[in-house]
Structure formats: structure tokens, C-alpha cells
Design a protein around this ligand. Structure first.
Ligand code: SF4
Length: 291
């Protein structure tokens, strides 16, 4: 990762862990044999080595092409992706069982082309995982479903352990960066999930995109007011020189300050550090949320 000019000089606190051993290859083989996508690879996650080494992976369902095109995101874009594979939910469950996962995160590309935005496919995946691994937690990190409550409820009715939808950035930057998604709509989707009840609601944002510290604090207040109880904050790392420009590296002390403020605001579980990503240590985080 070092040496990419669009990331400037990496500060000393951004160090990508390299793990030895066979676990990474084993996970890669299971995923490729079952023709599954992970956000770990598609989004060029800096924690991939660490997570795969620990047999943790975030499955990305509904294909590998997104109908949106957010300026920070490395996922491929297409207005007309392939139709969802109806056998994908079963294959995700088989992979999760082979990897003996205790906590599974399922996310997707955004599918504005599908009548239900992919909600039923999400629900089928949750049900398949509950059936094969009834003791394991399942977190879903979903798109905004264009704010259609019935579609959101299809996902929630399948009883994920955690509902996650990322706000990604502060209000001023959202319209420039998030393609068709909006800050206020994401807040309303999170509030709908919180109103549904009984399922912890999680969200997250990246910093380093040009936001001010005050705007970050406002985003935390807005998320809390929308019923979000689990929060992640991490450093933005541009995937390439074509993506949204990196504006700053935020120091670890600032992340820690935001973590403390978020807890004071009433969030039950907060992960805030440079290499935190939405699903990083997701299982551990939700234990705190339930406590
Ligand atoms: S909607 Fe999600 S997957 Fe699609 S481009 Fe935006 S961040 Fe990437």
C-alpha cells in the first residue's frame, strides 16, 4: 500500500498487518470454489490479511457490480448488473459453515435495478445462515432501499442480529461523494430500523474526506438521534488516484476523543480508530451493544 501518491506518505499509525500461515489461502479457496464475492477483496480493505487469517470475511451478495458509483468506493459499477443468483444464499451459508464462523457479516452492492432493491435476497441469505449456523450472529450492512419501508422490513423480518447502514460521511459532503444516496435519507432509514425494534442498529463514517471535526460531531449527534446504538469511525484511504481525494490523515488521539464523546452521547458500542472498517471486529462490537 505504501508508495501510492494519491495516499501521500502513510503516517506511522497506518500499518497494514501481514499474517503468515495458510488461513488466508484457505478462505480464498472456499470463496472462489463457491463463486462468492467479499467486500474484503472488492473494496481493497486494509484489514484483509488480518481478518482472513482469523477466518472472518464479509460476504458481498447480489453480484459484484453496483448500480451506484460513490466517489470513494472501489466496487465496480454497472447500471444493469446480472440478475441475482437464487442459489447464492445457500452458498454463503455453506461457506460460513466451512469457515466455522461465529459471526457473519453480509453486505451487498446497491441494486436500484431490482423491484425490491435486493431485500428478499438479503432475507433469504439471513434465513440460510440461521438454518446452517443457528448459534452464529448475522449482521447485515445494507443499502438504503430507496427508503421503502416494506423492503427494509423484508430484511428485518428475517431477524438479523444487527442492522447496519453506513452514513459514510458528513452532511455537507454526502451529496458530492455518495452518488444517489443522501445523508438525510440514510438517517431516516436508520430511524425506521430503530423503530422496528429488537435489533441493534449500527452505522459508520469515514474521515479524511474533507470534513471538519465539528461536522463529525454533528453526524454523531444525528446518528444517535436516529436511534443508532453501534458506531464505527475509520480513516478513508482512497482506492486510486481516480477516487475522491484524501484530505487528511486523522491522528489516533482524535479517533479516541470521538470514541469517548460517542459513548457520552449514548452509543452502546463504538469502534473508532484509523483502520476501523464497518465490519471490523463486528462480533466483538455487538457483544458490547447487547450488554
Ligand atoms: S452504493 Fe455502496 S457499493 Fe455501491 S458504489 Fe456506493 S459505497 Fe460502493
Amino acid at each position: 500500500m505504501a508508495g501510492n501518491s494519491f495516499r501521500g506518505k502513510l503516517p506511522p499509525w497506518i500499518r497494514i498487518k501481514v499474517n503468515c500461515g495458510n488461513a488466508r489461502e484457505e478462505v480464498a479457496t472456499i470463496l472462489s470454489d463457491l463463486k462468492l464475492n467479499t467486500v474484503c477483496a472488492s473494496a481493497q480493505c486494509p484489514n484483509l490479511n488480518e481478518c482472513w487469517h482469523k477466518h472472518t470475511a464479509t460476504f458481498m451478495i447480489l453480484g459484484d457490480h453496483c448500480t451506484r458509483n460513490c466517489r470513494f468506493c472501489a466496487v465496480l459499477h454497472s447500471p444493469t448488473p446480472l440478475l441475482p443468483d437464487p442459489e447464492e444464499p445457500e452458498r454463503v451459508a455453506i461457506a460460513a459453515a466451512k469457515m466455522n464462523l461465529k459471526f457473519i457479516v453480509v453486505t451487498s452492492v446497491t441494486r436500484d435495478d431490482l423491484p425490491d432493491g435486493g431485500a428478499e435476497h438479503f432475507a433469504a441469505t439471513i434465513r440460510a445462515l440461521h438454518k446452517v449456523l443457528p448459534e452464529s450472529g448475522v449482521e447485515v450492512l445494507t443499502p438504503d432501499f430507496n427508503e421503502v419501508r416494506e423492503h427494509l422490513n423484508i430484511v428485518l423480518d428475517a431477524r438479523p442480529s444487527v442492522f447496519n447502514h453506513n452514513i459514510e460521511t458528513v452532511e455537507r459532503l454526502a451529496s458530492k461523494i455518495r452518488n444517489r444516496a443522501t445523508y438525510r435519507r440514510s438517517l431516516r432509514v436508520l430511524a425506521m430500523a430503530a423503530e422496528y425494534g429488537g435489533i441493534p442498529v449500527k452505522s459508520g463514517l469515514m474521515v479524511g474526506l474533507g470534513e471538519t471535526d465539528d461536522e463529525v460531531l454533528q453526524a454523531l449527534r444525528d446518528l444517535r438521534a436516529s436511534g443508532v446504538s453501534v458506531l464505527t469511525i475509520g480513516q478513508y484511504l482512497p482506492p486510486s488516484g481516480e477516487h475522491w481525494k484524501l484530505e487528511r490523515y486523522v491522528e489516533p488521539e482524535k479517533f479516541e476523543e470521538w470514541r469517548k464523546i460517542a459513548l457520552e452521547l449514548g452509543f452502546k458500542a463504538v469502534a473508532s480508530a484509523p483502520l476501523v472498517r464497518s465490519s471490523y471486529h463486528a462480533g466483538e462490537l455487538v457483544k458490547f451493544a447487547r450488554a
